[in-house]
Write a protein that binds this ligand. Structure first.
Ligand code: PLP
Length: 388
């Protein structure tokens, strides 16, 4: 048999999915894969039930149902102040995952380079490989996750750099980029003429006093920013697979074509049901923020009580726990032991870093109170249980 594609040869099994299997094996409470264990807003599921009987059930327009795009344009305009043409500047995709792939395919040629901050969401590495581009990593240095402006410029100015991927707020480190940092990135993007592809799936999960600044709203950035986002996290519907690209019309024209060939379109009945969510008023987003702040405080207060060290998230729903005190050389082995001996599933931080970082593991806390309390109970005597 001829060998399968060399491009996909280097792909490893997703570490997050692997840790989910490890968690299941030891009946651990799984805080590795980031999805909520609570229900989406009832308005959405009620509407979905109605749609099940009345439709639509056939293909929507390939770049997304008209009412979905119109509602989305209004919502985005409301929060960002950007003016968006729903017919020319939005492509609805199957999750932000497809949005990012379609954006990358639209921008990159094989051997182009793409700048990625490390630690990074694991799909970005795969996206660059699938497009044939080469990733260049710029470290966000723990524990503050700041970047060095000179290091960033050295990366961006390399020959062949076409784009920078900006995950803001960041998974896994919970960083919310400040306006000053974004302005610095924007200046470099303009100076070296590159695109910025944003991943803003956690835009509404931000902890005060931090605030989300949209890269596309900074001076001169609208024309070179490709926003990738989704409804997964904002409406607790990770399984609905509804995402989108927002970009200037000429870029969207290309993204539409890539998207059409990749997936034809997002699920029509789910788009129809999700319009209900896009039309929610500000109260919904305030409550979402309060709910996440509550979960974050419950979890991090518990960690503090146990005396564990961790990074306080500014946004998104992850905590990086510092495991240096346990003396493990491998964070992967630590996570396997944690699932087996303590009964809690986490992701080894090394799977997110390009640099040699082995002392952090990631928990997510988008969980019901009783789940988080059960985790904290299990972690209470972690030092005893994880003795080597
Ligand atoms: C930073 C980031 N981007 C994208 C995704 C995937 O989003 P979607 O469900 O919209 O494909 C996730 C999921 O965890 C994520 O953390």
């Amino acid at each position: 048999m001829k060998p399968l594609s060399t491009r996909t040869e280097s792909f490893t099994d997703s570490v997050i999915r692997r840790m989910t299997r490890v968690s299941d094996m030891y009946q651990a409470i799984n805080l590795s894969q980031g999805f909520p264990d609570f229900e989406p807003p009832k308005e959405l599921t009620d509407r979905l039930a109605e749609v099940a009987s009345v439709g639509p059930h056939q293909y929507a327009l390939t770049w997304g149902a008209q009412n979905f795009r119109e509602a989305l344009a209004k919502k985005q305009e409301h929060f960002s102040g950007m003016e968006i043409n729903p017919n020319e500047e939005i492509v609805v995709t199957c999750g932000s995952t497809e949005a990012m792939m379609a954006a990358m395919m639209s921008v990159c040629n094989p051997n182009d380079k793409v700048v990625i901050f490390s630690p990074f969401y694991e799909n970005y590495g795969a996206d660059t490989i699938l497009t044939g581009a080469q990733p260049i990593y710029v470290p966000l240095k723990p524990p503050t996750f700041e970047f060095d402006a000179d290091e960033l410029e050295a990366a961006v100015k390399q020959d062949g750099v076409k784009a920078l991927i900006l995950c803001n707020p960041s998974n896994p480190c919970g960083k919310v980029f400040t306006r000053e940092e974004l302005l610095m990135i924007a200046e470099l993007a303009k100076k070296y003429d590159i695109y910025v592809i944003t991943d803003e799936v956690y835009e509404h999960i931000i902890y005060k006093p931090y605030e989300h600044v949209y890269m596309a709203t900074l001076p001169g950035m609208r024309e070179r920013t490709i926003i990738c986002n989704s409804l997964s996290k904002t409406y607790s519907v990770t399984g609905w697979r509804l995402g989108y690209v927002i970009a200037p019309a000429d870029i969207c024209e290309r993204v539409k074509k890539v998207h059409d060939f990749l997936t034809v379109g997002a699920a029509a009945p789910l788009m129809e049901a999700a319009v209900t969510g896009l039309l929610f008023d500000d109260t919904y987003y305030e409550e979402l923020q309060n709910h996440y702040t509550h979960m974050k405080n419950l979890f991090t207060d518990g960690l503090k009580e146990i005396g564990l060290r961790f990074t306080e998230p500014q946004g998104a729903y992850y905590v990086l726990l510092d495991i240096s005190e346990f003396g493990y050389e491998s964070d992967m082995v630590f996570c396997e032991d944690l699932a087996r001996k303590v009964g809690v599933g986490a992701v080894p931080g090394s799977s997110f870093f390009r640099e040699d970082v082995n002392h952090l593991i990631r928990f997510h806390f988008a969980k019901r109170d009783e789940t988080l309390k059960a985790v904290l109970d299990r972690l209470a005597d972690i030092r005893e249980k994880m003795k080597k």
